[in-house]
Ligand binder design. Structure first.
Ligand SMILES: C[S@@+](CC[C@H](N)C(=O)[O-])C[C@H]1O[C@@H](n2cnc3c(N)ncnc32)[C@H](O)[C@@H]1O
Length: 227
């Protein structure tokens, strides 16, 4: 029996390095670690979640595919109970602010051998900002579409060096390809967020704060030739 992932999870799975001890944090149904193990990409994996219910879902998935001995299930708030020798850390399907809270709660992740695959559903701005402020670098970002929605998946490593960045980069990243359809769809989505922040702040008279978003909007329109 094969397991077919959604485009969103398949994009994340494709970014995981081969033959590394992998932790899927906030696993819910456990599809991602199940897929990695069944495809032979990963030999050792843990699937963690803050809830008993999601872990029961994951246990069912593992039993369905006969791989219950290959993925360890762990009840954990964020990375608290996740083994510190995990090399691939996947956090997908959560808000960006929850992802940054999980990362900041585990100082042991500041390790150059570890790789992070992060798939924020919202607040990608916060994820990029957190990474760059805390000595991580983003080596890749992939855009995918699933059920009419557009998603970003971020690949990052720790280097210990802080990066110079601004709000524009936090909204749009540096790795998005504006010339392909998915890249443009993602840029449009981010531009709508910037426009809505601008409108919200202008309409309540916060002109100074609104100006920041107007500048980001204008820069994006010029740089990506989009409106
Ligand atoms: C929407 S599901 C995403 C499932 C899967 N990762 C995916 O991308 O399809 C989010 C999961 O994160 C779990 N979660 C929420 N907060 C968490 C935390 N602080 N630590 C670990 N898991 C958490 C939830 O219980 C839920 O199962």
């Amino acid at each position: 029996m094969s397991l077919i992932l959604t485009n969103r999870l398949k994009t994340a799975a494709d970014m995981v390095r081969e033959n590394r001890f992998t932790a899927d944090v906030g696993t819910d149904h456990g599809y991602l670690p199940a897929f990695l193990v069944m495809s032979g990409k990963t030999q050792r994996a843990v699937a963690s979640d803050i809830g008993e219910g999601p872990l029961e879902n994951a246990a069912k998935t593992l039993r369905r595919y006969g791989i219950q001995d290959k993925v360890q299930l762990i009840l954990s708030d964020g990375l608290k109970n996740v083994p510190e020798d995990a090399e691939e850390i996947v956090i997908a399907g959560m808000g960006g602010n929850l992802i940054t809270a999980i990362l900041s709660g585990a100082p042991w992740i500041k390790d150059k051998n570890k790789h992070f695959v992060l798939q924020p559903m919202t607040h990608t701005y916060d994820v990029r900002k957190y990474l760059w402020e805390n000595g991580f670098f983003i080596d890749d970002e992939k855009i995918c579409r699933d059920s009419g929605r557009v998603y970003v998946v971020i690949s990052a490593y720790y280097s210990g060096e802080k990066k110079e960045f601004d709000d524009f980069l936090c909204y749009f990243g540096e790795k998005i390809q504006p010339n392909n359809e998915d890249g443009r769809a993602y840029i449009s989505k981010q531009l709508e967020i910037v426009k809505s922040r601008y409108k919200g702040l202008s309409s309540c008279g916060k002109q100074d704060e609104a100006k920041v978003f107007l500048e980001i909007k204008e820069k994006a329109e010029k740089e990506f030739n989009i409106s």
